[in-house]
Design a protein around this ligand. Structure first.
Ligand code: ADP
Length: 326
């Protein structure tokens, strides 16, 4: 394989805190190894629109502490078409870019996998999504920050819940995966958690809450992932209220604040490690892999696996909620 000399980097799909630290790591590692670094603005759409610019070390100064992504991100329908991907390839060729780092989630790696099957551009993925639902890595960039943000908001809601002896249903992000909900539930001492992966009958939930939400307890918190099958916080709250009109029920939906904000040190460090390793892998002639972190070691997982396999929720941790809510 020809030696890699010009490395492009883009962020794609949903933004996640820590993406900037990953961009910084990719750019600086590329330059450290005497390669040129190119920022592609607006994800795959930026490739198609030729929004591609060379980056120096100073372009990535002072960005580590900021949420979002300085390269912007986008969802590109055009990249899903062969014509769109051909345009993307031609623009990369025009700039002489011979390798690509894609920072994003599942969808972004599906695109990267197809692109690298069609064209000879070695591509390496860095997992950036708050949802943590990616096979092959213990954590994704942004997950730790999102959980901390949710936890801090819920701590505040708990003050009110306890002052008024109320039962709160709090919805957190997670359309398809319950990782944020489950970890936040453990971290906030919730009575119960509802996740998309497992269905819970309202009667069973009510029994659980009835057991836990007794007047001797100061407050009750149920964490609901937005994709929970019962229909989100408002849906389940209404069902519970119908069965127990005497409960003082309230709902709160935590929104996009979970996607933004200053990345935690854990996300900054993870992003830095994965970014360095992504460039290392490209210089080592690797392609079509995601860089992950498993058991505190850097791992390389083929896109095929990342895209086709699913990371399961730890059922033991779900049981922990029951145990600890006594
Ligand atoms: P995430 O990476 O956060 O999961 P998306 O699912 O929105 O976000 O995917 C991001 C982008 O990846 C899409 O807008 C599209 O450009 C590209 N992509 C996703 N799936 C495919 C696909 N099957 N073929 C080509 N590109 C895809």
């Amino acid at each position: 394989m020809a030696k890699v000399t010009k490395i492009g980097v883009l962020t794609s799909g949903g933004d996640a805190p820590g993406m900037n630290a990953a961009i910084r790591a990719v750019v600086r590692t590329a330059i450290y190894y005497k390669c040129e670094a190119y920022g592609i603005y607006g994800g795959y759409q930026g490739l198609i629109n030729d929004d591609i610019h060379q980056m120096t070390t100073s372009h990535v100064s002072n960005i580590m502490q900021r949420g979002g992504t300085i390269l912007k991100t986008a969802r590109s329908a055009e990249f899903k078409t062969p014509e769109g991907r051909k345009k993307a390839y031609e623009n990369l060729k025009k700039h002489g870019i011979d390798a690509l780092v894609v920072i994003g989630g599942d969808g972004s790696f599906t695109g990267a996998r197809i692109f690298s099957q069609e064209f000879d551009i070695p591509t390496v993925g860095v997992p950036g999504t708050i949802d943590n639902d990616m096979f092959g890595t213990d954590h994704t960039i942004g997950y730790d920050t999102a959980v901390n943000t949710a936890m801090e908001a819920i701590d505040k809601i708990k003050d009110t819940a306890s002052a008024h002896n109320r039962l709160f249903f709090i919805e957190v992000m997670g359309r398809d995966a319950g990782f944020i909900a489950l970890r936040t539930a453990i971290a906030t001492g919730a009575e119960a958690v509802l996740v998309p992966e497992f269905d819970v009958e309202t009667e069973d939930l009510v029994k659980k809450i009835a057991r836990d939400y007794d007047p001797t307890k100061s407050s009750g918190i149920v964490i609901v992932a937005e994709g929970a099958k019962c229909g989100g916080a408002y849906g389940i709250a209404q069902k519970v209220k119908e069965l127990h009109p005497e409960y003082e029920v309230r709902c709160s939906v935590l929104g996009y604040q979970q996607r933004g904000g200053r990345p935690t040190q854990a996300d900054r460090v993870l992003a830095s490690q994965l970014g360095v390793a992504a460039v290392d892998a490209l210089l080592d002639d690797q392609k079509s892999i995601m860089i992950g972190m498993a058991n505190r070691e850097i791992v390389q997982i083929p896109f095929n696996k990342v895209v086709l396999k699913r990371k399961g929720l730890d059922e033991y941790r779900l049981k922990m909620i029951d145990i600890l809510a006594l």
